[in-house]
Design a protein around this ligand. Structure first.
Ligand code: ACO
Length: 428
């Protein structure tokens, strides 16, 4: 299928080719618009702008569909693991047993950090936000791997930095947490799974190894898998944008961490818990909270609700909601915040404001309760999101380069002063 659209303005006409995706999404190609007409398009927030074509992830926000490389998120959540899914996202196909073993052992072998990186951790104050540490330390990794600061998209030049980052991001996260608690660095344990090793590096003590509960290990793995990619969101677009200048993978993903940190994006999982704690501690009536969230004059939002793309249930939220119950049961935890979250969801989903605007719970609404039950501190929630999203960022960086994309450089419509003469300071 192909097609054309005609755009007419001020007597100028241009024919636009339509790029049709494999799920029949239509993108009007405006790449020649400025050259042929002098005009640009205006779309602050990029709600209608396709920045690329991509083979990685498909989302149908109206139907609540999410697929990685064509596989439904529900099926991957049930049958796959984070490592297998990371391979799928990076390389485009489900790995054979040998490919998976090689990938797994390649990632496992990279879990350690150069010991002199300890001095960098020591330099951070006790209350340093772990997202700031993570972003800094990903850039620091570049200093220890100068031979890998390339833009290779195939072979060892890509595979080695990709496995290093996927592996070490988890060690950096655990080390950042331990530094903030004044605990010694816990080296990785080669026999453990990706998620088990993370729990070990977070919570083991030198003479008291952390007991890894299988339900918790599974829950962390699932959390990471569900966050592994989400097409052109704010942080992934940041990684692509930075990489488009031909910046290396380390600095591109470090920039992604910065974008993810914000409460409107990955930071929402922590903001949800803060919201639920505020409601719980201060005994706020749920209907009053929802009223405040609807009031455009207040700063209150219903955190964990709404999404730029999903206009129905976020499929990841559905999966997580089921697992939260399972994990709380396995750990014999009764969390009042879960009850508040469920009631809040009920109130909001029957409220005209949320119905009219198609605002549903997103992935962050239940993920915080899951992480809290596992003992992950709130300021580490978004760090876990970053660990999960790493395969998606890396795959998008690679795809962007393999499409030989031009440097990203949006235009603007200038609305400032016209030319005016400089006024000497004494005359102002
Ligand atoms: N609470 C109250 N009102 C909301 C909310 C919310 N959580 N989300 C959207 N709205 C309102 C908007 O104010 C807007 O109202 P209006 O039409 O009267 O002006 C309307 O719903 C439509 O908003 P959208 O255009 O769909 O929102 P946008 O795409 O600009 O932003 C976002 C999406 C940032 C996720 C927003 O819904 C939000 O702030 N949610 C809370 C934060 C959150 O949970 N973020 C995590 C997103 S998922 C992720 O990044 C992993």
């Amino acid at each position: 299928m192909s097609g054309k659209a005609t755009l007419e303005y001020d007597g100028k006409k241009i024919e636009l080719d339509a790029a049709i995706g494999s799920e029949n999404e239509v993108g009007l190609d405006i790449t020649k618009l400025r050259a042929n007409t002098g005009m640009i398009t205006l779309d602050p927030g990029y709600g209608n702008t396709g920045s690329c074509t991509s083979d990685i992830t498909f989302i149908d926000g109206e139907k609540g569909i999410l697929r990685y490389r064509g596989y439904a998120i529900e099926e991957l959540a049930e049958k796959s693991s984070f490592m297998e899914t990371a391979y799928l996202i990076l390389y485009g196909h489900l790995p054979s047993q040998k490919e998976l073993n090689d990938f797994d052992s390649g990632v496992a072998a990279e879990a350690g950090l150069h010991y002199s990186m300890k001095s960098h951790f020591d330099g951070f104050p006790d209350n340093a936000p772990p997202m700031a540490i993570l972003s800094s330390m990903l850039n620091t990794l570049a200093c220890y791997n100068t031979e890998l600061l390339t833009t290779a998209t195939e072979g060892d030049g890509f595979d080695i930095p990709a496995s290093k980052i996927i592996s070490k991001v988890r060690t950096i996260a655990a080390w950042a947490y331990r530094t903030s608690r004044g605990r010694p660095y816990m080296p990785p344990c080669p026999n453990l799974s990706y998620s088990g090793n993370f729990l070990h590096m977070m919570f083991s003590q030198p003479f008291d190894l952390h007991e890894i509960v299988p339900e918790v290990e599974k829950a962390i793995d699932l959390f990471l898998l569900l966050h592994a990619d989400h097409e052109q969101n704010c942080s992934t677009s940041t990684v692509r944008m930075v990489g488009s200048s031909r910046a290396n993978l380390f600095s591109s993903v470090a920039a992604g961490v910065g974008a993810l940190w914000g409460p409107l994006h990955g930071g929402a999982n922590a903001a949800v818990i803060e919201m639920l704690e505020n409601i719980h501690t201060n005994g706020i009536k749920l209907s009053d909270y929802v009223d405040a969230a609807k009031d455009k004059n207040s700063d209150t939002k219903l955190m964990g609700f709404g999404h730029r793309v999903y206009k129905s249930f976020d499929p990841r939220a559905k999966i997580l909601k089921e697992h939260v119950d399972r994990v709380l049961k396995a750990l014999e935890i009764d969390d009042p915040l879960l009850d508040i979250a469920k009631q809040l969801e009920e109130v909001a989903r029957h409220d005209e404001y949320f119905i009219e605007r198609n605002l549903y719970p997103n992935v962050d609404f239940y993920s915080g309760i899951l992480l809290r039950a596992i003992g992950i501190p709130v300021n580490m929630f978004t760090v876990l999101f970053a660990i999960g999203r790493m395969p998606g960022w890396i795959a998008n960086w690679r795809e962007m380069l393999s499409h030989n994309q031009r440097i990203c450089r949006p235009r603007q419509v200038y609305t400032g002063e016209n030319l005016r003469p400089y006024v000497p300071i004494g005359n102002r």
